[in-house]
Write a protein that binds this ligand. Structure first.
Ligand code: AMP
Length: 416
């Protein structure tokens, strides 16, 4: 995390979010309503909608009206055969009723993102009313960050709020470009965005030590920058998941058919050396739950991670590794967790991830600060019902990763 970024956070802390005057104003709010839907377009998990409610409610209470914009899925990647948008599948109208239910008021839906109808409906909006615009990604200009499109969006509201942390790492029209049409004092972050930034800051800025980062997931290549950064500021680094085997092979281990990125072996060695030089302790799983096939019914056995037989693969951290990792977690005062310890989607390989989730919850109950970020570790914590036993669960997978890597997210920079 660079000094400039810290300074920015320090400064923004005092003029964040809700110091705008909403009375009689129309607030254009970028939310992340990209929720999972079932085959009948019913919402299967409304976490993202729930997370945006405090900001929406605040604006309404303060005498403003609310214009919500969000993307849903990737409509441009799944066009109809004739090249048109599959409105039935991707319309943001799928969420309107549910948002209304949660806000306990009628919510209007505009079948356009921008255009005559959008202008008419937003103009007619009265204080206390809520309108959802059609999926921002129905316009291909959205993901290009197009200025003309952003200007049309901006014209719909008097104030702009970005509360979509999950898309803050994308320089899209509704997340980034639109902000340039609002002067200082007429744009801000929402409460969710503020919470995400403040919690990440607790890990990055003067954390209580020891600070332990638990990193898992499939590949080293996805998390190189994060690993580099963590070696700069963590005390301990626990590496599990598929990515551990690239490190173990680089050290000369026989990892059988485990997931290995052979073109990252040198990088793995360099990271290990860098950590040693900086006095950062890297823990790799001593043993693994290995299997003779990549499926839930495969034959399994606990094996030393550096002695996995040919044809077998490590699919979870083993029993000794679970003990080692747990001991480090319990001694930590700040914890950052991204990525599962094994193929936790299959029951025989879920134990390592579950054990770590429990350890993080236990450390938190003893006073540690814990931040869980990134899709799969979040899913694991949710599955175990431990989400309220850790300090903070981030709603933004990719965005949180990039923030922790020290990058300035375009959606955040635009509000500056
Ligand atoms: P990521 O999105 O990089 O956090 O990776 C998550 C994915 O990594 C999950 O789908 C896991 O099943 C997978 N994964 C975790 N451990 C392993 C492993 N030992 N071998 C193969 N895949 C793994």
């Amino acid at each position: 995390m660079n000094e400039r970024c810290f300074l920015f956070l320090r400064q923004t802390k005092y003029h964040l979010t809700m110091e705008l005057n909403f009375k009689g104003k129309k607030a254009l709010i970028r939310v992340d309503f990209n929720v999972p839907l079932d085959a009948k377009y019913k919402i299967t998990d409304d976490t993202r909608i729930q997370a945006a409610l405090p900001t929406i409610k605040h604006v309404l209470k303060a005498g403003g009206s609310v214009i919500l914009m969000s993307h849903l899925g990737r409509p441009q990647k799944k066009l109809n055969e004739d090249g048109s948008i599959n409105v039935q599948k991707f319309t943001l109208n799928h969420v309107t009723k549910h948002v209304g239910k949660l806000l306990r008021k009628k919510v209007q839906f505009c079948p356009e993102t921008v255009g005559k109808e959008a202008t008419k409906m937003t103009k007619a909006l009265k204080p206390g009313e809520v309108l959802i615009l059609e999926n921002t990604r129905f316009q291909k200009e959205e993901s290009k960050g197009d200025t003309a499109f952003a200007k049309k969006l901006a014209a719909l509201g008097d104030l702009y709020i970005n509360d979509a942390f999950g898309t803050a790492h994308r320089a899209h029209a509704s997340t980034t470009t639109v902000a340039q049409f609002f002067k200082k004092g007429t744009k801000s972050f929402g409460f969710l965005m503020q919470k995400e930034i403040e919690n990440a800051e607790k890990v990055l800025h003067n954390p209580e030590r020891p600070l332990t980062a638990i990193i898992g997931g499939a590949k080293v290549s996805d998390k190189i920058l994060l690993l580099e950064k963590l070696i700069d500021f963590a005390d301990n680094l626990l590496i599990g998941g598929g990515m551990a085997y690239t490190f173990l092979k680089a050290q000369g281990g026989n990892v059988g058919n485990s997931l290995v990125e052979d073109n990252k072996l040198k990088l793995a060695l360099r990271l290990l050396k860098k950590a040693e030089k900086k006095g950062v302790k890297i823990y790799l799983p001593k043993d693994s739950t290995a299997a003779d096939d990549f499926n839930a019914k495969a034959k399994t056995a606990n094996k030393y991670s550096k002695r996995i037989p040919k044809g077998w693969m490590g699919l979870d951290i083993g029993t000794a590794a679970q003990k080692d990792f747990t001991a480090v977690v319990l001694k930590s005062k700040t914890l950052l967790w991204n990525g599962p310890m094994g193929v936790f989607e299959m029951k025989p390989f879920a134990k390592g991830t579950m054990t770590i989730a429990k350890a993080v919850a236990k450390a938190t109950s003893k006073g540690a600060f814990s931040l869980v970020g990134g899709g799969d570790s979040v899913a694991a914590v949710n599955q175990m019902g431990l989400a309220d036993k850790v300090s903070y669960v981030s709603t933004g997978g990719g965005a949180m990763l990039e923030f922790l890597e020290g990058k300035e997210l375009p959606g955040i920079a635009a509000i500056k």
